[in-house]
Design a protein around this ligand. Structure first.
Ligand code: CA
Length: 235
């Protein structure tokens, strides 16, 4: 229950879903504001200044993609998109438009809470304006200042592209990053469609960093969307 006083804005029109989220979030001590429409959600976001926005993609008055775009015109509040399976393409668009993460219905309370912790941690780090110089995750340790990577204290040699890819995943640790975002950050704007680059380099990274590259523990594929460095700040 540490730090669990943050305010969460929930924009969702389904009463059942709102009820599940309300019970889950309030049990953790989060404060909650609820909106049933995109328009009201934007008004609440402006007046209440929430720490995280949970946003359903299918709303009665406008779609979540539009809400994301309008919110991003003036706020950097983390947005976690909640979507149905059939909204896969909108999900990617929402992420590329500035949403931070997504959950596909149905999801568990545990998944939801982990995503919220990651979003809050990223927001806090953005406010501080810096990243910790050393990142650790299980037996992986990355010294970002020295650009050195260690597995069980043994140094692993990465190529410059592999290192760049890993460092971008670390900067977004715990959050999904779309193919487009990763390609843009690692290879640049001329290569945002070259999804096969990612497949090749992620395979190489897994071979160097995962005990069983076929069953990755950290370097996760998010089918049709992108990749995620699996990480929960509470672990
Ligand atoms: Ca809906």
């Amino acid at each position: 229950m540490a730090d669990a006083k943050e305010l969460i804005l929930l924009i969702e029109d389904e009463p059942q879903m709102r009820r599940f989220l309300r019970i889950t979030l309030q049990a953790q001590g989060y404060r909650l504001v609820e909106s049933e429409t995109g328009n009201d959600g934007l008004i609440q976001a402006a007046s209440r200044n929430p720490d995280v926005v949970l946003l359903d993609l299918g709303l009665p008055d406008m779609d979540g993609l539009e809400v994301t775009g309008r919110l991003r015109e003036w706020a950097s509040t983390p947005i976690i998109v909640i979507s149905a399976r059939e909204q896969e393409r909108d999900k990617v668009k929402a992420l590329d438009a500035g949403a931070d993460d997504y959950l596909t219905k149905p999801f568990s309370a545990g998944e939801l809470l982990a995503r919220i912790r990651v979003a809050l941690r990223h927001a806090a780090r953005q406010r501080m304006g810096r990243q910790e110089p050393v990142f650790t995750l299980g037996n992986l340790r990355v010294d970002l200042a020295q650009r050195q990577v260690f597995l069980d204290d043994k140094e692993v040699h990465l190529t410059p592209i592999e290192y760049k890819l890993l460092s971008v995943l670390i900067r977004h640790a715990g959050k999904v990053i779309t193919h487009r975002q990763l390609l843009l950050e690692v290879w640049g704007p001329a290569h945002v469609s070259e999804v096969q680059y990612l497949r090749v380099y992620m395979t190489q990274l897994r071979h160097k960093l995962e005990a069983d590259p076929a069953r990755p523990r950290f370097l996760m594929n998010e089918p049709g969307i992108g990749y995620r460095l699996k990480y929960d700040p509470e672990m």
